[in-house]
Design a protein around this ligand. Sequence first.
Ligand code: ASP
Length: 584
Amino acid sequence: MYRTNTCGELRIANLNQEVILAGWVQKARKMGGMIFLDLRDRYGITQIVFNQEANADLCTQAEKLGREWVVQIKGVVAERFNKNSKIPTGDIEIIASELKILNPSETPPFTIEDETDGGDELRMKYRYLDLRRTAVRSNLELRHRMAFATRSYLNDLNFMEVETPVLIGSTPEGARDFVVPSRMNPGEFYALPQSPQTLKQLLMVSGFDRYFQIVKCFRDEDLRADRQPEFTQIDCEMSFVEQEDILNIFEGLTKYLFKTIKGVDVADFPRISYADAMRLYGSDKPDTRFGMQFVEIKDLTADRGFGVFDNAEYIGAICAEGCAAYTRKQLDEITNFVKRPQIGASGLIYVRYEADGSIKSSVDKFYSQEDLKKWIDRADAKPGDLLLVLCGKTEKTQKQLGELRLEMGSRLGLRKKDQFNCLWVVDFPLLEFDEELNRYFAKHHPFTSPKLEDIHLLDTDPGAVRANAYDMVINGVEIGGGSIRIFDSELQKKMFATLGFSEEQAQAQFGFLMNAFKYGAPPHGGIAFGLDRFVSIFAGLDSIRDCIAFPKNNSGRDVMMDAPSVLAQEQLDELHLKVELPRK
Ligand code: ASP
């Protein structure tokens, strides 16, 4: 028997028991005639004591132990003289009588402690050691519990987990596909699924009725903190449902996870239309942990000789509570923030509503105190508050103001990690116009159903057509999204035509789906959650990487395995691939 107990479970109640523990040496210290050793496994840390006087040989052996050696120890549970209230086993220690070295270890490249001395790259390279740290491991434990609870909730509701293939055909879904060359079919490629979208719809045609899958998806996009080339979705689809049914079931799942995993009761999710989200927050994933909604003041600014405002399509303001006393330096900081190329505003206008009721602004030259008071009233500002104003093209400016709102929310400490504000964003536009390519794209994906009452606009004003599409947002993060699908092959054909597919192209790429729809497709719809983001929100992480066992770095590399990597010529030949390296 390797062990009778884990390193996390012994307590005073176990006094005088003879036990065997196995684990890793966290650290060892010599004090007088004693050696104290912290033995660690997944469950915790237990202190082991070797006593020179009682057993000199054993002590000599223990002296050799280094950090991260794997050992097995036999001994008796004793009450500790110096108790450690910081760990659950802190009242006891094991007086060792036997020691067996199971495997020595080289000195690890960084300390296996909560506060480690290892930098990001080093920890990624030795991820298996990083995963020994409680801080990292606990994120994966949380992930496991969330996935497990999800399965249990959905299983109880008759959802059936079905595996769909990972080698599929390339279909445009918004991002670039990762592709895999086929050895047996020279010159042909599989694609890795960006999501099992079409497959889960086919399962509905098969009558599966309620499907889910916790599934890896792949998108060849540029990476950010909340993106990885491969990520995990909780992917779901249901038949004979309307939007309302889906929102209820998956609001239920989310509440269930909050309750069972975090012990948090979250309120019913408010619903906001896409149009209102943009108008009030400049974002389709508003962080509603704080207010600071936009107010429009264009009508209050006309004809005072301030050309910038007169020429602006949109003028919007937010009220930063208690910020009237901002210094020049602080105002410069936020001005520079909105002027950063990623945000792209040309400038920022402010109005201080001083604590004494006087008003000072950066546009005093053009606007009287009465003018400015009207802006202040519209924003419902109180003495001591600061108005921040941006202007320009409507959509662009709303997005900029949205970024500024988030920045101010962070500066004011209003984005607390232990507060959870969930909501649904509904009524997304069906299509999005790409100025560069001069054509419409599906905002969600080409299988999303337009709202029936908007279908007549498809030919005349496609941009105005709303979709039966919805996103779940928590704390400003899009956690999930889905839609009611088109299930009529004629409407699906029309949709492809609107998206600029010729009939042949549509047939070549999606013929299998449109054909399936000819054989009695039920009305259906679904949703997919980003599990990595979901876990990150629960764990309060800044990056999804921290809840993924073996993540890629920002350049999409696995630095531990050193992937991607070049292939041997024979392998390339077998795959009928010719590789021309870019010239350095
Ligand atoms: N397949 C969609 C996505 O990955 C989700 C859905 O519509 O169910 O975003």
